[in-house]
Design a protein. Structure first.
Length: 273
């Protein structure tokens, strides 16, 4: 494991803020660590780990946050064994064991929420709680999901957020060539992982009743990718789960409403701790 660290101070203690690499199951992945406190593993969606920026810093005020870039994303390796979401779930179970994480709070957004749900179905012995934010993985009967692979580049940016000022700012900003390469890599890996069936696992939907740890489901009220009916489906399938709907918010809750999202996560974990 290798990396670089920076420092802030919280109540006299140096707060961890470092980037490093870790090799698990023959795959070298990039990891960011932020903050001090109970362990929290945050799993990103199709936009990659960099999209977690503001949320990572807020969560790092109260937790020891680990934000990995999934195999196939960002600066992480793309291993030959990576074929589907179940591979990532098993990979992270190995990583959790490798890092000896216990009483872990697991948070996943979008496709990362799907991975988190698959982890909890398989083995939750090291988990203290599960938070699913606008998660993929289930379908709601009679409801059609959006399809970002069919949207134009502009439509994709505009359809993922409610606040169109955010979308306009993104469209007007200049994107460096290396960032374009990163986005293309992430998009290619995402397509491979979720293509068939699209953003959905019949096996996951059958076995979500196995999730017996405290679970919070958080969703943007105006999500055009995964309509809010899917949030209700998750709540129906996961015993004793709670559901929070964030008003005037699209799919990227962590981008549009990082303060509201972090407050919901803090309150949920405080209640179940």
């Amino acid at each position: 494991m290798a990396g670089s660290a920076g420092g802030k101070t919280i109540e006299g203690q140096a707060m961890i803020d470092q980037h490093e690499f870790l090799t698990v199951h023959g795959c070298r992945i990039a990891i960011r660590r932020q903050g001090l406190g109970p362990s929290l593993l945050a799993l990103h969606g199709m936009d990659g780990a960099s999209g977690f920026g503001p949320l990572t810093e807020r969560l790092g005020a109260r937790f020891s946050v680990v934000v990995p870039s999934h195999p196939g994303y960002d600066a992480s390796d793309t291993p030959e064994w990576l074929d589907g979401i179940s591979d990532l779930a098993n990979f992270y179970l190995e990583m959790i064991d490798r890092l000896e994480l216990r009483n872990l709070h697991l948070v996943g957004t979008s496709v990362g929420g799907w991975i988190a749900a698959e982890i909890a179905v398989r083995n939750s012995t090291r988990l203290a709680s599960l938070t699913l934010v606008a998660a993929a993985g289930v379908r709601a009967s009679g409801v059609t999901m959006g399809d970002p692979f069919l949207w134009s580049p502009e439509a994709q940016i505009r359809n993922l957020v409610y606040d169109q000022a955010i979308a306009s700012a993104q469209l007007q900003s200049l994107v460096p060539e290396d960032e374009l390469d990163r986005r293309l890599k992430n998009r290619f890996t995402s397509a491979k992982l979720v293509w068939n069936p699209r953003f959905y696992s019949p096996e996951l939907q059958k076995w979500l009743s196995r999730v017996r740890i405290p679970t919070a489901i958080i969703w943007g009220a105006n999500d055009k990718l995964f309509p809010v009916e899917q949030a209700h489906e998750f709540k129906r399938l996961i015993p004793h789960s709670t559901l929070s709907i964030v008003p005037q918010c699209g799919h990227l809750v962590h981008v549009e409403k990082p303060e509201e999202l972090s407050a919901l996560i803090f309150n949920f974990i405080r209640q179940v701790a």
